[in-house]
Design a protein around this ligand. Structure first.
Ligand code: PRX
Length: 655
C-alpha cells in the first residue's frame, strides 16, 4: 500500500497547484457520454441497457434472451445470430462510409497505404474465400503470426466472416511460443508474412514460423504475405503466397450466420502456471462490449482519427484496433514499428502527419518519452489531439501529468482505462465528458459494470485497499479457457462464490475512485505485457546448466516492473562455468528464444541455494525483498537462513 500513499501524496500536491482535471465545456457538450444519469440508468436495468447497445449492431436474427447466467458461465444475447465482419465492414459499405478511410497505415520504413472500408471489405471477402479453398470451415482454428500490416486485419476479419476461430500470436513471440499456441488451438492454417520491420531490423516471421512448424501436426496450409519482398523457402503443398491466393479469389463471400455465443477468437495470455491460457471470446457480447466502450470511452466521431499504438497480437489491438473502432466505422492510424525509429519523435510525426485526434498508448511508452526529453515533442504540432488514453498497467501520477502537459498540452482529457485480456472490453475508466480526472486513477466502472473492491473474505471495502472483483457478468467477458474448464473455474471463480477475481489489487478512495496497484498473483506486467513468473522459470530450468530458478519482479523506471531471476546451477556446472556474466547473458538469450524478448530477464543472480521453508517451498517474498533492496522480513521459518544473507550480500555487490 506504500505505493498508493505515495501516489496520493503527489496527487494532492498536483491538485493544489492545478485546476481540476476536466474536459473543456465544449468537449463535454459534444461528447457521446455527457449525462451522469447514464450510470444510474444502467444500474437500474443492466440487461435493458446492454440490449440497447446490442441493438445498435446488425443482427441476422435478434436474440430471445439478453443474459443467461449460470455462474461461472454467462451467455449473452441468447439465440441471436450475428457476424462480426459484417458489423465491421458490410454495414458501413452500404452507406456513405464506403469510401471513408478505415486504415491509414504506415510502415516503419515509411511506406504508406490507405484502405477504405470499401477496399478492406473487398480484401476480407476475397481472403475469406481463399481460406475456404484451403479447407477452412466454420469452427476451425486459424493461427495468425504477423507484423502490424493491414493484411493482419484482413486475416482476422476473414476468419470471422467464415466462422473460423482466429488465434493471433504476437509477432514478438518466439518460434517455440508460436508452436505451443498453435498446438493448443490445433490450428489448421497459419497466416504469416516474410517479415516486418522493427527498429530498422527485419523480424523474420516466416523463418521463425518454419521452425515452429516442425512440431505442429495440425497445420495443413501456411499463407505467406510478402511484406518485405524477401524470397522465401516455400514448402511445396503446404506454403502459399497470399497475393497469389488473392488473385484467384472470388470477390464476395457470404458471411456465416454465427450464433451470438459461437467462439470468435482465442487469445493466449499468461497465468500463474508455465502454460499460457487460451482465453475464449464469443461473438455477440464481445462485439457489443467493444463497440460500446470504443464509442463512449474514446468518444469516436465521424471526423476523428483514432490511433491505438498496441499490437494486434494483444487484446488491446483486438478490441481497440479491430472490433471496437471498426464496428463504429472509425478511421484509424495503424503503424508497423517502434516509437524511436528512425528517431525518437516518430510517434509525434505520425500524429502531426495524419492529424490524429484520439491517441491511446501505454504508460511504459509514456515513461520512455519522458526519459527522452521534451525536445522531441515540442517540435511537433500536436494540436489535432483532443483525447488521450492509457492502458496496460497503472499510470503513475508523474507520467500522467507529463502526458497531460506535453502531449495533450493541457487541453486533452486522459482516460486511464483498466481491463484485461479476460474482460475483453474496458471496464474501469473515466468518461471524459462526465468524469473529473485524478492523475493515477482509472476512476470508476463503465456504466453497467459492477466492479468492487473486497477483503480476504469477499466483503466489500468502501474506502481502503483490497482485491478488485467483478460481481456481475458483462457482455465481453471471457467464456472460458480453451480446452480447460477446470482452470477457468480455479483461476477466476474459486476465491469467492460467483465473483470474478481479476488478480489485481487496488484501493478505493472517498470519492469511490479505483487506484490500481498491480497484480497480486504470480503474474508480472512488464511494459504492460503479462508474463507468468512460472513461464520464465520453466524456460530457465530448461537450460542444461540450471537446477532451479525463481523469478520475481522489481520496480523499473520505464518498464513499470522488470524481471529478476534467481538461479542455482547444477553441481558440475557450477565448477565448470566460472564466467557468470557470460552465463547470465546466455540464460537471458535462452529465455528470449523460448518465449520472446518481452520475457528476457533484466537481471540474473546465481546462488548456491534458494531460500526455502522447511517444507521446501521457495520464499519469493524474501527474494522480492532482496531484489527491491528492502529490509528483510521474517526469516525464522527458513530451512537455511544463511542463504538469504548470502544472496542479499551478493545482490548489493552486483548493484
Ligand atoms: O494488472 C492489470 C493491468 O494489466 C492486466 C491485464 O493485462 P492484459 O490481459 O495483458 O491486458 C492488458 C491490456 C488490457 C490487469 O490485470 N492493467 C491493465 N490496464 C491497467 C492495468 N493496471 C492499472 N491500470 C490500468 N489502466
Amino acid at each position: 500500500m506504500a505505493f498508493v500513499s505515495q501516489q496520493e501524496e503527489s496527487l494532492s500536491t498536483l491538485l493544489k497547484e492545478s485546476r481540476a482535471f476536466q474536459a473543456s465545456e465544449e468537449f463535454k457538450k459534444n461528447a457521446w457520454a455527457n449525462d451522469p444519469a447514464i450510470y444510474e440508468k444502467a444500474k437500474r436495468d443492466p440487461e435493458a441497457y446492454w440490449a440497447d447497445w446490442a441493438s445498435q449492431l446488425d443482427w441476422f436474427e435478434k436474440w430471445n434472451k439478453v443474459l443467461e447466467w449460470n455462474p461461472p458461465y454467462a451467455k449473452w444475447f441468447v439465440g441471436g445470430k450475428i457476424n462480426a465482419s459484417v458489423n465491421c465492414l458490410d454495414r458501413h459499405v452500404r452507406t456513405e462510409k464506403k469510401n471513408k478511410a478505415a486504415i491509414l497505415w504506415e510502415g516503419e520504413d515509411g511506406r504508406e497505404r490507405v484502405l477504405t472500408y470499401g477496399t478492406l471489405y473487398r480484401d476480407v471477402n476475397k481472403f475469406a474465400n481463399a481460406l475456404k479453398t484451403l479447407g477452412v470451415k466454420r469452427g476451425d482454428r486459424v493461427a495468425i503470426y504477423m507484423p502490424m500490416i493491414p493484411e493482419l486485419v484482413t486475416a482476422v476479419l476473414a476468419s470471422a466472416r467464415i466462422g473460423a476461430i482466429h488465434s493471433v500470436v504476437f509477432g514478438g513471440f518466439s518460434a517455440e511460443a508460436l508452436r505451443d499456441r498453435i498446438n493448443d488451438a490445433e490450428a489448421k492454417v497459419l497466416v504469416t508474412a516474410d517479415g516486418g520491420y522493427r527498429r530498422g531490423q527485419i523480424v523474420p516471421l516466416k523463418h521463425d514460423a518454419d521452425y515452429a512448424l516442425m512440431g505442429t501436426p495440425s497445420i495443413e496450409k501456411v499463407v505467406v504475405v510478402s511484406r518485405l519482398g524477401i524470397p522465401q523457402r516455400m514448402k511445396t503443398g503446404r506454403d502459399l503466397w497470399y497475393h497469389e491466393l488473392m488473385n484467384e479469389a472470388a470477390p464476395f463471400c457470404e458471411p456465416e450466420k454465427m450464433d451470438s455465443e459461437d467462439i470468435l477468437f482465442t487469445l493466449y495470455t499468461s497465468g500463474t502456471t508455465g502454460k499460457p491460457k487460451g482465453i475464449i471470446h464469443t461473438t455477440g457480447g464481445y462485439l457489443t462490449g467493444t463497440y460500446a466502450t470504443a464509442k463512449w470511452v474514446f468518444d469516436l466521431k465521424e471526423s476523428d482519427i483514432f490511433w491505438c499504438t498496441a499490437d494486434i497480437g494483444w487484446i488491446t489491438g483486438h478490441s481497440y484496433i479491430i472490433y471496437g473502432p471498426m464496428a463504429n466505422g472509425a478511421t484509424q492510424v495503424m503503424y508497423e514499428g517502434a516509437p524511436d525509429w528512425p528517431s525518437k519523435d516518430r510517434f509525434w510525426k505520425i500524429i502531426e502527419k495524419y492529424g490524429v485526434t484520439v491517441f491511446y498508448t501505454a504508460p511504459t511508452a509514456i515513461r520512455a518519452f519522458m526519459k527522452w526529453g521534451t525536445d522531441f515533442v515540442e517540435k511537433a504540432d500536436l494540436s489535432s489531439l483532443r483525447l488521450l488514453g492509457s492502458v496496460g498497467e497503472p499510470i503513475n501520477p508523474e507520467a500522467w501529468m507529463w502526458y497531460y502537459k506535453h502531449i495533450g498540452r493541457e487541453r486533452c482529457p486522459i482516460v486511464d482505462t483498466w481491463w484485461q485480456t479476460e474482460t475483453g472490453m474496458i471496464l474501469i475508466t473515466p468518461l471524459a465528458g462526465i468524469t473529473t480526472l485524478k492523475p493515477g486513477s482509472a476512476t470508476k466502472p463503465f456504466p453497467g459494470i459492477e466492479a468492487d473492491l473486497v477483503d480476504e473474505k469477499g466483503n466489500s471495502v468502501a474506502v481502503g485497499g483490497g482485491y478488485v472483483v467483478l460481481r456481475k457478468p458483462w457482455p465481453a467477458m471471457l467464456r472460458g479457457i480453451y480446452k480447460d474448464p477446470e482452470r477457468y473455474q480455479q483461476t477466476y471463480w474459486n476465491r469467492w462464490k460467483d465473483i470474478y477475481f481479476t488478480g489485481d489489487g487496488g484501493r478505493r478512495d472517498e470519492d469511490g475512485y479505483f487506484w490500481f496497484l498491480g497484480r497480486v498473483d504470480d503474474v508480472i506486467n512488464v511494459s504492460g505485457h503479462r508474463i507468468g513468473t512460472a513461464e520464465v522459470e520453466s524456460a530457465l530450468v530448461d537450460h542444461p546448466l540450471v537446477a532451479e530458478a525463481a523469478v520475481v519482479s522489481r520496480p523499473h523506471e520505464i518498464k513499470g516492473v522488470a524481471i529478476v531471476a534467481f538461479v542455482t546451477l547444477k553441481e558440475g556446472a557450477r565448477k565448470a562455468e566460472q564466467d557468470t556474466k557470460k552465463l547470465a547473458g546466455e540464460l537471458k538469450e535462452h529465455v528470449q528464444s523460448k518465449i520472446g524478448a518481452i520475457a528476457r530477464p533484466e537481471e540474473i543472480l546465481f546462488s548456491r541455494d534458494l531460500p526455502k521453508t522447511r517444507s521446501g517451498k521457495i520464499m519469493r517474498r524474501l527474494l522480492r525483498d532482496i531484489a527491491t533492496g528492502k529490509v528483510l522480513g521474517d526469516t525464522t521459518t527458513l530451512a537455511d537462513p544463511a542463504v538469504v544473507e548470502q544472496l542479499k550480500h551478493q545482490y548489493e555487490e552486483e548493484e
